[in-house]
Design a protein around this ligand. Structure first.
Ligand code: FAD
Length: 391
């Protein structure tokens, strides 16, 4: 029985628990044995994709009529939690595929686009990536330079560069956000479904990462990439559209970070019970117990935040600002727990055979992407004061 100090299991439905348990088994059996090595090698373990698809983990909260699992948002969150207990890179893969590629096609696509893309993405046949961030526009995507120009025949030509794109080099399709027809106004931002084998499209892996190493991160270059008129997501319009995708992904991240925190806490707890120093297990020392008590307390608070947020999301009443609070709190909490857990493991804590330092390094990416911790602070600051402190 994994960490559940407040019997939060009792607030979950049978189906939610069953989904969580099946992903937990998958992670224990298939992710844990290989992830340390994949991380050191700097390779995303793509052999996991077929099983993830079979378990319904790709776009799990999207409807069954498009080949998805049709789960509620709490079950979806529990999936993210268990995947990230394995590794943030594995959860990032599923988040991008589901929340950042399938979701915009579902929310802003035509019926034809949905029927064409979603079943193949749920089955893992097609992997996607989400291109919003640019070399010069990260926290402020409204300044993006990438431009789509409409041609006389209704087709589009896209030029620009995207940076830090998860799944970029393995993707068959990219959802690319671009301004249309030379208009600098952010209202003109639209989403395009771009096949990555289109002429002029290149994806190059970003090397030298010290975080999220078991995940592909790429730079995309679009050099006069020509796409047909029906490549545009017809219902997308303005920065609000990609931000809606980020809200979906950030919700999942709030749960995912809990998974990383639980993984570190459990590793530290087990180590504390077995590592003997000065003639007794280090868990018998008050300083180590204080660390464990703090970790557990923060995990329980985070679990309650995410669970309640999931219930609000299922009721259709959650706000992006509430998602900001959950992402900001849970990722920060997990980052602190990972660091403390690593320290409790002493010298062993720097080895890849233990998970805490890998989680610690991964969580630096999670702290930065999907709105940095600072940006979520500003979102909350604006929500409570009504004053915009961004610029
Ligand atoms: C591993 C990884 C995977 C990623 N995957 C994707 C992906 O799949 N698709 C995608 O589009 N993007 C992706 N990103 C990009 C990510 O979303 C950006 O890195 C993030 O938005 C921050 O942008 P930046 O790196 O340009 O930092 P900057 O925006 O340059 O920020 C630098 C620092 O300034 C701070 N700052 C910025 N503005 C303000 C302000 N107004 N007030 C106070 N402080 C401020 C930030 O908090 C940060 O500390 C990924 C990033 C990483 C690291």
């Amino acid at each position: 029985m994994a960490t559940d100090f407040f019997n939060i299991d009792s607030a979950l439905s049978e189906e939610e628990r069953a989904v969580r348990d099946s992903v937990r088994r998958f992670v224990d059996e298939s992710v844990m044995p290989i992830i340390g090595d994949a991380y050191v090698q700097g390779k995303f373990p793509k052999q996991l994709i077929p099983r993830m698809a079979e378990l319904g983990l790709l776009g799990a909260n999207l409807p069954e009529e498009y080949g998805c699992a049709g789960l509620n948002n709490v079950a979806y969150g529990l999936i993210m939690q268990e995947l990230e207990r394995g590794d943030s890179g594995i959860r990032s893969f599923a988040s991008v595929q589901g929340a950042l590629v399938m979701y915009p096609i579902y929310a802003f696509g035509s019926e034809e686009q949905k029927r064409h893309w979603l079943p193949k993405m749920a089955s893992g046949e097609i992997i996607g990536c989400f291109g919003l961030t640019e070399p010069d526009y990260g926290s402020n995507p409204s300044g993006m330079i990438t431009m789509a120009r409409e041609q006389k025949d209704g087709s589009w030509v896209i030029n620009g560069a995207k940076m830090w794109i998860t799944n970029g080099s393995q993707a068959k399709v990219a959802v690319v956000w671009a301004k249309t027809n030379g208009d600098a106004d952010q209202r003109s931002i639209r989403g395009f479904i771009v096949p990555t084998d289109a002429k002029g499209f290149t994806a190059k892996d970003q090397k030298g990462k010290l975080s999220l190493r078991a995940s592909d991160t790429s730079e995309l270059v679009l050099d006069d990439v020509h796409v047909p008129g029906d490549a545009i997501l017809p219902k997308s319009g303005g920065l609000k559209s990609p931000l809606m995708c980020l809200t979906q992904a950030r919700y999942g991240i709030s749960w995912g970070a809990l998974g990383a925190a639980i993984g570190c806490y459990e590793e530290a707890l087990s180590y504390a019970k077995t590592r003997v120093m000065f003639g007794r297990p280090i868990g018998g020392f008050q300083l180590q117990q204080a660390r464990l008590a703090d970790m557990l307390t923060e995990i329980v608070k985070g679990q309650l935040v995410s669970l309640h947020l999931g219930r609000l999301k299922d009721a259709g009443t959650f706000t992006p600002q509430q998602v900001s609070l959950a992402k900001r709190n849970n990722v920060n909490m997990a980052t602190n727990i990972a660091r403390e857990a690593r320290r409790m493991l002493g010298g062993n804590g720097i080895l890849a055979e233990y998970a805490s330092m890998r989680h610690m390094a991964n969580l630096e990416s999670v702290y930065t992407y999907e709105g940095t911790h600072d940006i979520h602070t500003l979102i909350l600051g604006q929500a409570v004061t009504g004053l915009n402190a961004f610029e």
